[in-house]
Every structure is written in structure tokens, then in C-alpha cells.
Design a protein around this ligand. Structure first.
Ligand SMILES: *Cc1c(COP(=O)(O)O)cnc(C)c1O
Length: 358
């Protein structure tokens, strides 16, 4: 026990449980929704090349990277801020707009970083349960908005349940939120979406100055270890967030890697890999449903086995089969899409589980 005063909000923070890390060869690490492939050669060349320059500070606000992101999305550089992973940016957003005791409306179960960031900002999490099939309950989220609400968060595709918001749901959400309230749409897994009905929040930016879209290099770009994310929004909000963000928050090799990842050839390869992962996901889902599993839609690079009080036992069963998944105690097990061979191992392991338990 430290004699130093710790804010009560910090003393009671829920723990962020990281996905288990691999402890040896032959372990399928399917616990953190990473890409099962290494970063591309051109990206690794850029980041190792940058290593010789690390006696110098990087660009403070990552202007070269910001310009490359702005070009990619056809927005102005003033509409983009980069950060040390999109989770750091979520914290900066909340620190920018929330006063002590303000409310943040979010779907739940969703990304476990949100309640932590909300509590650190001194705000209150107003958790709106997702539907039985793991979807955002947009009408209930809108109904939860009060004069104390500062932010509404959406996660599409939703981690860990899997479904993404349709364009109609996204429009209903964004149009239903009063302009004084920020809407933060986290699209970390958008690259893996294959359902044409799913919306893209960037397309709504022009009409909604209270909308912020979060993206990351951690998933489809295979750069989770580099820690780079970004937000796109109206210049006034972006400028306020930039003033809160850590100076030089994206390190020099990470800036170089992310710029290289936005080169046209790298983007094309990223899209090809994301499509391959999505095809594997759909193959696995079909096979699981064939086994008798009831699963929500999966539009990210992961799927959700909602086994309730059997969660810990199923995760242990998978671990015994050399598979690291991500259990959410009492709720379910989230499994990332891996290589075809890893996915086949999961299918065999959960079939064996069903034979024992279903
Ligand atoms: C993995 C993930 C991110 C990425 O976070 P980074 O800090 O950019 O690595 C963001 N949002 C959700 C919902 C995620 O699952």
C-alpha cells in the first residue's frame, strides 16, 4: 500500500486483461485479434531504416503520417490526429470532452478498454446491453442519452461479439444523437467486413461535426506491436484532442512503418490479406454452425462462443489443445481467426468439447 493519495476512480479501475501471450512453439495465439502474418517486407524495411535515426525526436504530431492518412481518406490533414494506438486516442478523446461526473453511453459487452478510459477520465459509464445476437441496441443507446451525456461510443464490428452496424443503424445512431454530444465510432476491424449492408462512419463526417471515427494500424495492417492509431473528425475537435495528446506520441519507427503501410502496394496487400482472413472466418463459422454452435454474425477477424458459466472450462480445454483464446469470465470465449491450420485445430478442439458437454 502506497502512502500516496490515489484517486478513488483509479483505485476502483477494472483491470484490462490482455490476451494470453504465446509461451512456445506450436501454440496458436488467437487471443488478441492480431493478424496471423508478419508485417509486410516494405513496412519492416521502413521501420528498421528509421531505427538509425532514433537519437532524434520524431515529428511531434506525425505530420507526414497525418498527410498520408488524410490523402487516403480524402479529408484535410486538420481532420486527422494520430496516437500511440487507438486506445490512447480514446483516452485523449474522453479527457478532452468529459468533466468529472459526466456520462458516456456505450454498448456492453464491448471493448474492455472503454470502461477503463471512461473511469480514468472521471466520467460514468452508462452501459447499454447489446441484443441477444450481440448487436448494438441503437434505440436503447439513444434513449440512454441525458443532459449529462458527453459521448456515445459505438464499436463496429463489435469486439468481442462480432456484428457490425449496418449503414442504416449507423445513420440512425449518428442522426439521433444531439449535436452537442460526441459520437465516437471505433472501426478497428472495418477492413475485415464483407457484408455490404455494413456502414462506414467516414461517409457521415461531412454532415456531422460531432462525429469522430477511430481506426488503427494494429489489426489488418499487422502492426499491433508498433502502436499507431488515428482519429478522423471535424478540425475543431481534432485540434482540441491534439492539445491533450502526448507530445511525440507516435514514435519514430512507428511513424515510418505506418507511412510505408499506406503506400498503394502495401494497401493492396493488406486488402488481400484481410479478404483471406475474412474467407477463413466464414469457413470457420460455417463449420461451427455445422457442429451445432449458435453464433452471432462475425464481421471482424474473430468469433464469439457465448458459453456463459462454461467459459473458463472451455478456455482451459482450448489451452490444453495448444490454443490461446480470450475468455470473458461468465460470458464467453473470443477466438481470433488464425492461419487455416490453426483454425482447423480450433474446429477439432471445440468439436471434442461439444462431444463432452453439449
Ligand atoms: C484491437 C482494438 C483496437 C486497437 O487498439 P490499438 O490501441 O490501436 O492497438 C481498438 N478498438 C477495438 C475495439 C479493438 O478491439
Amino acid at each position: 500500500m502506497t502512502p500516496v493519495h490515489i484517486r478513488s476512480a483509479v483505485q476502483t479501475l477494472p483491470a484490462y486483461v490482455p490476451g494470453a501471450r504465446s509461451t512456445g512453439d506450436g501454440i496458436a495465439k488467437l487471443s488478441s485479434n492480431e493478424l496471423p502474418y508478419p508485417a509486410q517486407d516494405s513496412v519492416i524495411a521502413a521501420l528498421t531504416g528509421a531505427a538509425t535515426g532514433v537519437n532524434r525526436y520524431p515529428e511531434m504530431t506525425g505530420d507526414t503520417l497525418v498527410e498520408a492518412i488524410a490523402r487516403r481518406h480524402s479529408v484535410a490533414p486538420e481532420q486527422v490526429v494520430v496516437g500511440n494506438g487507438s486506445v490512447a486516442l480514446v483516452q485523449h478523446v474522453l479527457d478532452t470532452v468529459c468533466d468529472e461526473g459526466d456520462d458516456v453511453v456505450l454498448p456492453w459487452r464491448s471493448f474492455e478498454a472503454y470502461p477503463i478510459c471512461i473511469a480514468v477520465a472521471g466520467a460514468r459509464a452508462i452501459k447499454v446491453p447489446v441484443t441477444a445476437d450481440g448487436r448494438h441496441d441503437v434505440p436503447a443507446m439513444l434513449a440512454a442519452i441525458t443532459p449529462r451525456t458527453r459521448v456515445v461510443i459505438a464499436c463496429t464490428p463489435n469486439n468481442p461479439t462480432g456484428p457490425a452496424l449496418t449503414a442504416a443503424e449507423l445513420a440512425e445512431l449518428v442522426e439521433g444523437v444531439p449535436e452537442r454530444v460526441l459520437v465516437l465510432v471505433d472501426e478497428a476491424y472495418l477492413d475485415f467486413v464483407t457484408d455490404d449492408a455494413v456502414g462506414d462512419a467516414l461517409s457521415l463526417l461531412a454532415d456531422h461535426p460531432n462525429l469522430l471515427v477511430s481506426r488503427t494500424f494494429s489489426k489488418a495492417h499487422a502492426l499491433a506491436g508498433m502502436r499507431v492509431g488515428y482519429l478522423v473528425g471535424e478540425p475543431g475537435i481534432i485540434s482540441a484532442i491534439r492539445s491533450v495528446a502526448t507530445p511525440f506520441g507516435v514514435n519514430l519507427p512507428a511513424q515510418a512503418a505506418a507511412v510505408a503501410a499506406l503506400e498503394p502496394a502495401a494497401l493492396a496487400e493488406t486488402a488481400r490479406r484481410a479478404a483471406a482472413v475474412a474467407a477463413e472466418r466464414d469457413r470457420v463459422l460455417d463449420a461451427l454452425r455445422e457442429q451445432g454452435w449458435q453464433l452471432p454474425d462475425a464481421q471482424g477477424n474473430f468469433y464469439w462462443l457465448q458459453v456463459g458459466d462454461q467459459t473458463t472450462a472451455l478456455a482451459a480445454h482450448l489451452r490444453d489443445a495448444g490454443i490461446l483464446a480470450r475468455p470473458f469470465t461468465g460470458e464467453g470465449v473470443r477466438i481470433s481467426v488464425g492461419t487455416p491450420a490453426e483454425n482447423d485445430r480450433v474446429l477439432a478442439a471445440v468439436a471434442a468439447w461439444r462431444a463432452l458437454h453439449a
